[in-house]
Design a protein around this ligand. Structure first.
Ligand SMILES: *Cc1c(COP(=O)(O)O)cnc(C)c1O
Length: 484
């Protein structure tokens, strides 16, 4: 073997690098978790690119540690309790460590021998979660790379099972459609378009003032769709929606789907986990009646991205998603062999994602998931209370999950000025880097948006955030007043 390859594969080199890196990461965690440092050091995209372009031109360095340290410094820190922006979890260190192991073992998963343990774990983990969602004795499922792909997978299954024609085999000129709320995650729209449904095939049901699907409109919208020659084969319920974290009435959707023999898909990518909590289980009442459910482990379940479960009320349905013969992979393309991951998942080669979930379950028990959802949902309710008590703030809607939308109003009333003001506040927070929050547009107006993803975030951090928003709000309103 040539010298370079030999060194690169050397166990002793690995040992030394890994020990050093674990120390660096542990120090990083210790620092991030204090919340004393900025959550991110924001740099404009072009400046960031220029930095790394300059780095890329340097001669190779046999010691990777400076590079790895630099990557940490130039990343957003999810373990900082002031990280409360997008819906990505600060991963459990154990899950990340398991990721090191799975990275090195690199089992391909598609066929049994290439992921013997990981395929068994996947079966156990999906059955465990299906059980916690009360999907019934015939339930099962698979893991895939993210909620976006998971929703596409479930909708492909829905079409294979519930559409009147075999689209997979014959293609179709039928006008197929799904129904979904206008607050659903954009990936549902994208999945439908990938499936060739087009704009007409995505029937958006308006939401109420709590941003939940107006389920009483399902009947009239179905009638209209039929009159236009469309065949609705699936309804997607959001549990919860992305912008405001609102839960659709899954029971009402289940009733509608049962009545009309339509596939009921629940997008629980973010909030399906509420089923694991005695306190919050009522939010997902009806999810147990879904034909398919999607749950992201990398949102509310502390596993690094990407790990998503696609669960089916009838596990056998999952074998109909990709009815494809791959003779070189499988002896019998029609057998329902759970241990060949590639038969039911979109991916061919797939990460051993089940291992991270399994390791967490075996080490901490599933109570850790319950405690995380209880902690974060509780924190959001108390944060909403803080917002309502502060003069000059407005809560968009009472939070049902751990997502809270609000805005600073001060003494302004003009809607355009309020939008500008909150845009400015958010931009300044990003540049300051202490807190990381995001923004969203609700009914055409700009709101600040917080997803409480880090269980180390406290009421005090949130009070400090509001004080900071208020300080910026006051300063910017004054500046605006002068300009005006
Ligand atoms: C995040 C999210 C998705 C997309 O999942 P990814 O894992 O980011 O691909 C889909 N639906 C809902 C409701 C979500 O919150």
């Amino acid at each position: 073997m040539n010298e370079r390859l030999h060194t690169a594969y050397s166990p002793e080199t690995f040992r030394a690098q890994a020990h050093a890196l674990v120390d660096v990461l542990a120090d990083h965690l210790a620092q991030a978790e204090t919340g004393q440092q900025p959550t991110l050091n924001y740099l404009d995209p072009d400046d960031q690119l220029a930095y790394w372009q300059a780095d890329f031109k340097k001669p190779v360095n046999a010691d990777p540690l400076p590079l790895l340290r630099d990557m940490i410094g130039r990343s957003i820190h999810l373990h900082n309790p002031k990280f409360m922006g997008h819906q990505v979890t600060p991963p459990l260190p154990l899950a990340a460590l398991t990721g090191l192991l799975t990275g090195l073992l690199n089992q391909g998963m598609a066929v049994y021998e290439m992921g013997m343990t990981a395929n068994a774990f996947e079966r156990i983990v999906t059955h465990w979660l299906a059980g916690r969602l009360s999907l019934g004795s015939e339930a099962g499922g698979l893991l895939t790379s993210g909620g976006t792909l998971a929703n596409l997978t479930a909708l492909l299954t829905a079409r294979a099972v519930a559409a009147p024609t075999d689209v997979w085999e014959n293609g179709t000129s039928d006008r197929l459609a799904i129904m979904v709320s206008d607050e659903a995650h954009y990936c549902v729209d994208r999945a439908a378009r990938i499936m060739g449904l087009g704009t007409d095939g995505i029937i958006k049901i308006p939401t109420n003032d709590r941003f939940q699907m107006q389920t009483e409109l399902l009947e009239p919208y179905l009638e209209q769709a039929k009159a236009r020659g469309l065949t609705v084969f699936a309804v997607v319920g959001s549990a919860c929606s992305t912008s405001t974290g609102s839960y659709d009435n899954l029971m009402a959707i289940a009733d509608f789907c049962t009545k009309h023999n339509i596939w009921f898909h629940a997008d629980g990518a973010h909030g399906g986990v509420a089923a694991l909590s005695d306190t919050y289980r009522p939010l997902v009442q009806g999810i147990e009646r879904a034909d398919s459910v999607v749950v992201d482990f990398h949102k509310m379940m502390m596993i690094p991205a990407l790990v998503t479960a696609v669960l089916y009320k009838r596990d056998t349905d999952s074998y109909r998603t990709f009815q494809q013969k791959a003779q070189y992979l499988w002896a019998d393309a029609n057998a329902k062999d759970w241990f060949n991951s590639g038969k039911r998942a979109f991916e061919c080669t797939k990460l051993m994602m089940s291992a991270k979930v399994y390791a967490v379950l075996r080490t901490y028990g599933d109570e850790i998931f319950t405690e995380n959802v209880d902690t974060l949902y509780g924190l959001a309710r108390r944060f909403a209370g803080q917002i309502q008590q502060r003069a000059g703030f407005e809560l968009a809607v009472e939070p049902e999950s751990n997502i809270v939308c609000f805005r600073y109003v001060g003494d302004l009333t003009d809607p355009g000025q309020l939008d500008d003001l909150n845009n400015q506040i958010r931009r300044q927070l990003l540049r300051d880097g202490q807190f990381y929050i995001v923004q969203t547009t609700l009914r055409g107006r700009v709101y600040l948006r917080v997803s409480l993803m880090n269980p180390l975030t406290t009421d005090d951090h949130l009070a400090t955030l509001l004080t900071e928003v208020e300080r910026l709000g006051r300063a910017f309103s004054k500046k605006d007043a002068i300009v005006l």
